[in-house]
Design a protein around this ligand. Sequence first.
Ligand code: SER
Length: 315
Amino acid sequence: MKKILVTGAVGQIGSELTMELRRRFGNENVVAGVHRTKPEGKLKESGPHAAVDCTRPEQVKSVVEKFNIDTIFHLAAILSAVAEAKPNLAWKVNIDGLYNVLEVAREYDCAVFTPSSIGAFGNSTPLDDTPQDTIQRPGTMYGVTKVSGELLCDYYYKRFGVDTRGLRYPGIISNVTLPGGGTTDYAVEIYYEAIKNKHYTCNLKKGTYLDMMYMPDAIKGAIDLMEAAADKLEHRNAFNVTAMSFDPEMIAASIKKIIPEFTMDYKVDPVKQEIAESWPNKMDDSAARKEWGWEPQYNLDAMTKDMLEVLTKRL
Ligand code: SER
């Protein structure tokens, strides 16, 4: 990794990943690929940025050529709840966009990181200790695009030798940029509301267990996977990775340890609830641990402590 492009660089993961990559590989060597939302603050000032709409292949190509890119972290994507509302847009961005990136990577010999998701599983998947290799028949457009993306990345590796790698991310909790339209967003919003109002109305039911992860682990995982020795990787695309599994009651209890007056009630969003119930309660991430040393640092309470400290200062 010498010259890196991050697509979706102003998004939830992209905004933090870009800064960490710049810290490690040099500011000038990491290009923030931005589309509708323009970069601001440190993200804008610390290094180069360029317009990259992944649905326009010529734009991806010209940026890769101009900056001599050798590695693409392709994070531009539509999340699950938005994808259900706009399936056509989800297909265009998540599939056509990925296809365009892979084609450019093939032509310019770039390595590609693409996130898959817990959304790549569905009701017929074993939802407890979900194995690395198992049934994947998701019932959402988001899931359809994620499974297709995993297969497409495998294909580009096998057929054309493109160095594609990826993680099946769980819900990612962060405090810099808000997620946009995912099913797991409640686990981010709850911290903001805990500080602002000491109360949160949760849109998923009590007892809805999902895998989750704090942003520093998500970023470290992406970079570690891209730096892992290729000959150790049996799976390459779409490693199960998780740091914790909880339901709304557990995250609320974790917050109450620090903010005792915090309360929560429920107003369930039926679309999100149905999506969440079709996703794993807890994935088995032993393949990632074995093949490239995945080991998350944050559990629920450690994450809660950090989230509340950071957000209290800022809000
Ligand atoms: N956080 C994502 C979503 O809820 C899961 O990949 O859409």
